[in-house]
Design a protein around this ligand. Structure first.
Ligand SMILES: [Zn+2]
Length: 341
C-alpha cells in the first residue's frame, strides 16, 4: 500500500499527494514552516498580545468577561480555563453544549470542574428538532455528524460572545487537530487568526464553508468581530503535563476509562462511518501529525491506528439503532419492517 514514509499517512487519506520520494504534502508543509510552529517563545508572546488586546476591548465595551471558553468535562477545557484565569488574569465565562449525545461521565465531570474552578458557566441545550435536522442532513450528505457538533460549538460560542460583548474565544483544539490537514497557510494559526465565525469555521471545514455560505440554516453572524485562539497552538504542553498540573492544582481525578471522547456516546458510530466512507479511523490524521512533530514514533502510531481499526470496524447493532433513533433517520429496521409488513 502506498503511504508517506515520514508520517505513515495512507495514500487514500483526504487531500493527500505524495511526491517522488513518497513524502506527503502535509509533511512538506510542516517542514517548510517548522520553525514558526516550534518557536514557543514567539508563539506565547503572540498569544499574550492577543490577550492584552482582548482585555482592552472588553474594558472599552464595559463587558463583564474578557473571554469565553468551552468545558466538555475533559482535561483540555479545565486546563485552559485555569490558565486563562490564573496565568493571564482573564475574566472567563465558560459554557457546555449538550449535543444530544452527552454521557453521564461528561456531565458529572463538568459539575466537579465548576466546583473546583469557581467560574461562571452556561449550559447550552440546542432545540431538539434543530439537532435532528442538522445531524440527519449531514449524515446523508457527507456520512459524518461530528462536524455538526463542531458547528454548534462554534456557533454558540460566537453567539454568547456577541451577547455578552466578549472579544475573545479560546478553544481547546490540539496542535494535531489543527495541523493534521494543513498544507497551506490560509486558515492556519498562527499565520491566520480568525476574527469572525466564518473565518474560524474555515479553519476546520475549509471550502465547505464557502459552499454553505448562502444556506439559510447557517448564520455566520458577519457583523460580529470576535477573535478565536487555539490555546495549544501557542503553548507547548503534553497530555501528561496537563494531567499532572490538574491533579496538583484542581485535585483532578483522572478518568478510569482510556476511551477517547468518553463525553460522547456516539463516538463509535462516527469511527465506524469514517472507516466505511474514508477507509481509515478518525484519529489517522492526528496520529500522523504527532509523528511529524516528533511526539510519537511511527511504529506506535501504526499500532494505535490498527487498534482503532479493530475496535471500530464493526458497529454494535443496538448502538446503531440508538443512534438512528436519536437523529431520527429512517432506519434499517423500520425499512425491513415496512418491506415485511
Ligand atoms: Zn507525511
Amino acid at each position: 500500500m502506498d503511504k508517506c514514509i515520514k508520517c505513515g499517512l495512507p495514500g487514500h487519506y483526504q487531500g493527500i499527494t505524495l511526491n517522488e520520494n513518497h513524502v506527503c504534502n502535509y509533511c512538506e508543509f510542516y517542514e517548510t514552516h517548522k520553525e514558526t510552529f516550534s518557536n514557543f517563545d514567539a508563539l506565547e508572546k503572540q498569544f499574550e498580545e492577543e490577550v492584552e488586546n482582548a482585555k482592552k476591548k472588553a474594558a472599552e465595551r464595559g463587558a463583564k468577561y474578557d473571554c469565553i471558553t468551552g468545558l466538555s468535562g475533559g482535561k483540555d477545557g479545565a486546563y485552559i480555563t485555569y490558565q486563562l484565569q490564573h496565568k493571564y488574569g482573564l475574566r472567563v465565562l465558560t459554557y457546555t453544549l449538550d449535543n444530544g449525545f452527552s454521557t453521564d461521565f461528561g456531565r458529572k465531570n463538568v459539575e466537579i470542574l465548576l466546583d473546583k474552578l469557581d467560574v461562571e458557566h452556561i449550559w447550552v441545550n440546542v432545540r431538539d428538532s434543530t439537532l435532528r435536522q442538522f445531524y440527519s442532513a449531514s449524515l446523508k450528505l457527507i456520512k459524518n455528524f461530528c462536524s455538526v457538533c463542531f458547528h454548534f460549538c462554534h456557533y454558540y460560542s460566537h453567539l454568547l460572545a456577541s451577547q455578552y460583548e466578549i472579544p475573545l474565544i479560546v478553544n481547546g483544539r490540539t496542535r494535531s487537530q489543527i495541523l493534521q490537514s494543513a498544507d497551506q497557510i490560509r486558515g492556519i494559526e498562527p499565520f491566520h487568526i480568525a476574527r469572525d465565525l466564518k473565518s474560524f469555521e474555515y479553519q476546520m471545514f475549509k471550502r465547505l464553508v464557502d459552499k454553505l455560505e448562502h444556506n439559510s440554516c447557517i448564520d455566520f453572524m458577519p457583523d460580529h468581530e470576535i477573535t478565536s485562539l487555539s490555546y495549544f497552538m501557542y503553548h507547548d504542553i503534553s497530555d501528561e503535563e496537563k494531567i499532572d498540573f490538574l491533579e496538583k492544582n484542581l485535585g483532578w481525578i483522572k478518568p478510569e476509562s482510556k476511551v477517547p471522547h468518553a463525553d460522547c456516546w456516539a463516538h463509535p458510530v462516527a469511527e465506524y462511518y469514517s472507516i466505511k466512507k474514508n477507509g481509515y479511523p478518525v484519529r489517522t490524521g492526528e496520529l500522523a501529525e504527532m509523528v511529524r512533530e516528533g511526539k510519537m514514533e511511527l511504529h506506535q502510531a501504526k499500532r494505535e491506528y490498527l487498534e482503532d481499526w479493530n475496535t471500530y470496524q464493526d458497529l454494535d447493532p443496538q448502538l446503531e439503532q440508538r443512534f438512528m433513533n436519536r437523529i431520527c433517520v429512517k432506519n434499517r429496521l423500520a425499512a425491513a419492517n415496512a418491506v415485511s409488513g
